[in-house]
Design a protein around this ligand. Structure first.
Ligand code: HAM
Length: 428
């Protein structure tokens, strides 16, 4: 189609349930993620970069086929080679796959890894529930030490607090392990099968009775009041593990409440499990969660090592900041210097000048198109620049540029060849 016969196209929107983050809000988004990653680094977690899609089998085996995430929410498709692949719905299974594949667990333990990025779940979109969600996560693999549980929980707490958030709660429980959970599971099933349950709930009670405890319907909650709880059926070693974790959190000053009815949406959890719940977010109040996963590595074909980790919701942290009226610092100013050129010769020189400044590490933008001086100066203000550089025919002839200090409202002519040094000094 030629340029002359322009057609009217309908504007497109992002897919349903997929948020965009654009300026100025996107700066806050990046800051949230950076703050969390920085905290993870301070605790010795190293970056790992993982694929966005994996073999579907990884999630079916790793996350659990009875979970909503795997049975209803995965973006699964056949690629052109007819392999079934899935956009990652969460990060833990992928980390374990990579650790096993690259023998990262053959060195010093624990292996402490940090990741961030998008995850995909075909959930019903609503406020705070997206189909592309962003997490910052950590996994500490290879040592079943309650000190690691306490470290990971305290780290998540610190991630949120270092953003300035205060309106959240930490809920904690223990889900037992392969030694004590089966007996409890039977007890719970015995209790559930005595109740008058609808068909679907009965099926759930057969496959994953713990998940029935998460039924939000008031009539179900009533029926479940006397249900046996895992926390009352831990064996001695799981109880001791949990008590050590809570004792350490107490001494670190990390506040929590015990929620023995917590049900995590993924099947791999054992022992310590936790969720961060924000009270200002309505129904989608979980801003982060995690726990220990003792059998996962073996289940994925690796050694029988345990691990613990978390995923913190970056989208939800953004909503929590908004709910608490917190604006993160340093999100408005874009550049230090802004070039304004009048006329084509000046524009040519300014383009080169701006490039020199950037090479010297000075953040610089300039006015494009044919804007008048007034419009261009508005651009300088909008960019949050400290200095505007004005270059016209007169300055070109003199070999100078007018440097306007937009804070002090004063102006000097500076020789073009001294500009970089001059600005570096004044910004230093
Ligand atoms: P998760 O609880 O499924 O855990 O997700 C972690 C966090 O991601 C949630 O607390 C929430 O903030 C955010 N999130 C989840 N789904 C959505 C959604 N649809 N829209 C917006 N935010 C969402 C995991 O994913 C585990 N892999 C965490 C983990 C790591 N456990 C051990 N290691």
């Amino acid at each position: 189609m030629g340029v002359s016969d322009k057609k009217q196209f309908k504007a497109l929107s992002a897919p349903k349930g997929v948020p965009d983050y654009y300026p100025p809000q996107s700066a806050a988004f990046a800051k949230v993620r950076e703050t969390m990653v920085h905290q993870a680094r301070l605790s010795g977690f190293q970056h790992i970069e993982l694929p966005i899609f994996e073999d579907t089998a990884l999630f079916a085996r790793g996350v659990g086929e009875s979970t909503d995430v795997v049975s209803k929410e995965m973006y699964t498709f056949a690629d052109r080679g007819d392999r079934s692949v899935t956009l990652r719905p969460e990060g833990t299974a992928g980390v374990m796959r990579a650790v096993i594949e690259h023998n990262l667990d053959r060195g010093q333990l624990p292996v402490k890894l940090n990741y961030y990025g998008p995850f995909f779940r075909y959930e019903r979109p609503q406020a705070g529930r997206y189909r592309q969600l962003q997490q910052v996560g950590v996994e500490a693999i290879g040592v079943d030490d309650p000190a690691l549980d306490a470290e990971v929980v305290a780290l998540a707490d610190r991630c949120f607090r270092s953003l300035g958030l205060t309106g959240f709660r930490l809920e904690l429980t223990s889900l037992g392990d392969a030694d004590c959970r089966p007996a409890y599971r039977e007890k719970l099933q015995e209790f559930l099968f005595k109740l008058d349950l609808d068909e679907e709930t009965r099926r759930r009670a057969e496959i994953n009775p713990l998940r029935v405890l998460d039924d939000k319907r008031p009539e179900m909650q009533e029926k479940l009041v006397d249900a046996p709880l895992m926390l009352d059926h831990l064996d001695d070693k799981c109880r001791e593990h949990f008590e050590t974790v809570t004792g350490m959190l107490d001494d670190m000053g990390v506040e929590y409440t015990i929620n023995p009815r917590m049900v995590r949406g993924l099947d791999y959890y054992t022992k310590t499990c936790f969720e961060f719940v924000h009270d200002g977010l309505g129904a989608q109040s979980g801003i982060g969660g995690g726990g220990r996963y003792d059998g996962l590595m073996a289940q994925l074909g690796g050694q029988d090592l345990s691990g613990i980790g978390f995923g913190l919701g970056v989208d939800r942290a953004m909503l929590a900041l908004e709910a608490e009226g917190i604006e993160l610092d340093g999100t408005d100013s874009r550049v230090d210097v802004y070039g304004v050129a009048m006329g084509s010769a000046a524009k040519h020189r300014m383009t080169v000048l701006v490039d020199e400044l950037r090479k010297a590490g000075i953040s610089t933008d300039m006015s494009f198109g044919d804007r008048g001086l007034k419009g261009a100066m508005k651009g300088a203000n909008r960019a949050g620049a400290r200095f505007a550089l004005v270059l016209g025919d007169q300055e070109l002839e003199n070999g100078t540029v007018a440097v306007k200090d937009l804070e002090a409202h004063e102006q000097h002519d500076v020789a073009l060849e001294e500009l970089t040094t001059h600005l570096a000094q004044r910004l230093g």
